[in-house]
Ligand binder design. Sequence first.
Ligand code: C2E
Ligand code: MG
Ligand code: MG
Ligand code: MG
Length: 282
Amino acid sequence: AEEAVRSDELVFQHDARKHEAQWEISLLTSLDRAIDNGEVWVAYQPKLDLVSNRITGAEALVRWTHPERGPIGPDKFIRIAEEFHRIERITRFVLNDAVRAAVELEREGYEMTMSVNIAAQLLRNPALPGMIAEILAAHGLSPNRLILEITETDRLDRSSKTFQMLQRLVQSGLRLSIDDFGTGNATIDYLRYLPASEVKIDKSFISTMDSSEADLRLVQSIIEMAHSLDRVVVAEGVETLKNLEALTRLGCDLVQGYHISRPVPYRDFLSFVSGRRARLIS
Ligand code: C2E
Ligand code: MG
Ligand code: MG
Ligand code: MG
């Protein structure tokens, strides 16, 4: 009887895997069309500077609004895009939109940094620096305004291709940011050796610091450690005023989160920024 149960279990696992594979393939097929159809778009989330109390940057976050399935989050399709070699195409699309947005913001009188997430796999693609340079040149944006957010979780080996790539990107004038800091397993190594100018504390630490004294102290030590290495510190996932006030007290440089603004279409980002400026003047 036990044997029968086990084989049932195996059939079930097999079906589940098959189902998942079919779902991934169908997602992939529609992803190929989605970019051409305009279903894929870019949302912008502001970064608030706690010293000047101004929005000094934006993060570009890819969105996919499927005509039948509705919104599909990047957490669902970025991994599949990496696995099936679509990440270069998606990143080119996001970079192009983000760099254009940065230039438009400049024209409106806002000098901001623009952050774009770069998948770990793309850091092993030798075509990356050329692609970025081409997009910057096409729109006329200076490389030091673009921040690449990196979430590589593998151990950092300084002789690796990835490390050489990161150095090359920095030498070309781009800035790097260590995303989701505190998760993964090689984060102290990253802080030490990566030529990054910015560290983003993962939102899992921020969401619990309102209620946990230990997490608050942990965030404090991350900020101190990053500052001692001259890195700019960003807190992501700031959802409450209490969060914002605590981070201000701890000397965090920049914050991002629903309490300030959700990621929104470019038009809404622009009106949010101009509304804030109007409020500051009055
Ligand atoms: P991430 O880069 O760490 O981005 C932060 C995520 O937290 C975003 O989720 C953002 O919408 C969400 N978020 C922002 N503020 C808050 C808050 O106050 N509370 C909570 N609970 N969440 C908040 P999103 O947009 O779903 O993106 C998830 C991840 O997908 C990103 O994490 C990033 O790793 C990846 N991703 C997004 N866009 C791209 C892209 O264009 N290229 C690549 N390679 N990855 C991307
Ligand atoms: Mg990010
Ligand atoms: Mg993050
Ligand atoms: Mg993340």
